[in-house]
Write a protein that binds this ligand. Structure first.
Ligand code: HPA
Ligand code: ZN
Length: 349
């Protein structure tokens, strides 16, 4: 066990920023800032339902997941060309580098784009080129996870997976996102079985707004390796015990949960309880352009609201690295860096 020394309260935020960490739950379309949306709308000749950036930002007052998704899909309508996908991901990587993200696993929603006539090649090749440049220019290891939209039929997901296969080498896994309630994981068991047979990693959103039964279904029917969100697990003791026993990672997104009214206030968030119970929780940004903060903002605000300490910081960063789909060698390297970072902070105290 690595011994974490206490860190002075006034230095905790600096530690949170400096520590190497992985981001495992980021929808790249949710990193599209209004400024970039307007720039792309202009260069692509796309009409937006907002007069300007300020009017768009003013509309970011959500009541639940669906109220956000409606705007999120509207924002994504400006993405047409390979360069647009590259520029979107590159803007995210620059923010991630500032937050000392060493590993990023990016969700993308091909159906949102192919349904508008955008070629699969433009989507995947633009994002993939940005991932390669993130490694060479920013030293961020980055990979893509293709998400299926659960409000559409499984047949669409199967066709999407098929259409993406020429680029099989460009993504490492599949996920499941969009409107949760009424669209349970088991509806997608065939497409997930196919993805697993192809050697892809599998994850799914479950228990963001939906019941614990959806988390069970994602685990048992889809055989996912991680649960995205999963905060509703707290209402099912047997599920909590299962998550602890199997150390199934949860990619929790505190500011997202706050903005989508999953919790009334950040101080009501159950991340601290989950951590205490021994669940493998991680902190992530989800859709940072819409929810008011990138990864470090999520750490800083959650730590302040829940009064978490350096021990929790170490655990959360270590969980993020260990729960990633990076190689064992990469994980070993980042864990070493993480320990060095904490030692540096304790020596300065
Ligand atoms: N939940 C479901 N679908 C999504 C989300 C989310 O938080 N963000 C983008 N698509
Ligand atoms: Zn999400």
């Amino acid at each position: 066990m690595f011994k974490v020394h206490a860190v002075a309260p006034n230095r905790l935020n600096a530690l949170l920023k400096a520590m190497p960490k992985a981001e495992l739950h980021i929808h790249i379309e949710g990193s599209l800032e209004p400024e970039l949306i307007f720039k792309m709308a202009e260069r692509n000749g796309v009409q937006l339902p907002f007069a300007d950036v300020a009017a768009m930002r003013a509309a970011y007052a959500f009541t639940d997941l669906q109220s956000f998704l409606d705007l999120y899909y509207a924002g994504a309508s400006v993405l047409l060309h390979e360069q647009d996908f590259y520029d979107m991901a590159w803007a995210y990587f620059e923010k991630a580098a500032a937050d000392h993200v060493v590993r990023a696993e990016l969700f993308f929603d091909p159906q949102t784009h192919t349904a508008r006539g955008v070629p699969m090649a433009a989507v995947i090749e633009g994002l993939s080129r940005a991932c390669r440049d993130a490694q060479t220019a920013l030293n961020i290891s980055a990979d893509l996870i293709l998400c299926f939209l659960r409000h559409l039929p499984e047949a669409d997901a199967l066709a999407t997976l098929e259409a993406a296969l020429p680029w099989r080498a460009h993504f490492i896994g599949v996920g499941l996102d969009s409107s949760e309630v009424g669209n349970p994981p088991e509806n997608f068991s065939r497409v997930f079985a196919k993805a697993r047979a192809l050697g892809l990693h599998v994850v799914a959103h479950a228990g963001e707004e939906g019941p614990p039964a959806y988390i069970w279904s994602a685990l048992q029917e889809l055989q996912v390796e991680r649960i995205d969100h999963g905060v509703q697990a707290i209402h099912d003791a047997a599920l909590m015990a299962h998550l602890v026993k199997h150390q199934t990672p949860l990619t929790v997104c505190p500011l997202s949960n706050l903005k989508l009214c999953v919790f009334k206030q950040l101080s009501d968030h159950n991340l601290g309880q989950m951590l205490e119970a021994g669940v493998c929780v991680t902190i992530n940004s989800d859709d940072p352009a819409y929810f008011g903060g990138y990864l470090n903002d999520n750490y800083v605000q959650t730590f302040a609201a829940l009064h978490l300490d350096a021990q929790s910081a170490y655990k959360l960063a270590a969980n993020s690295i260990e729960a990633s789909f990076a190689t064992l060698e990469q994980k070993h390297h980042w864990m070493h860096q993480l320990k060095q970072c904490f030692q540096g902070f304790s020596e300065q105290d």
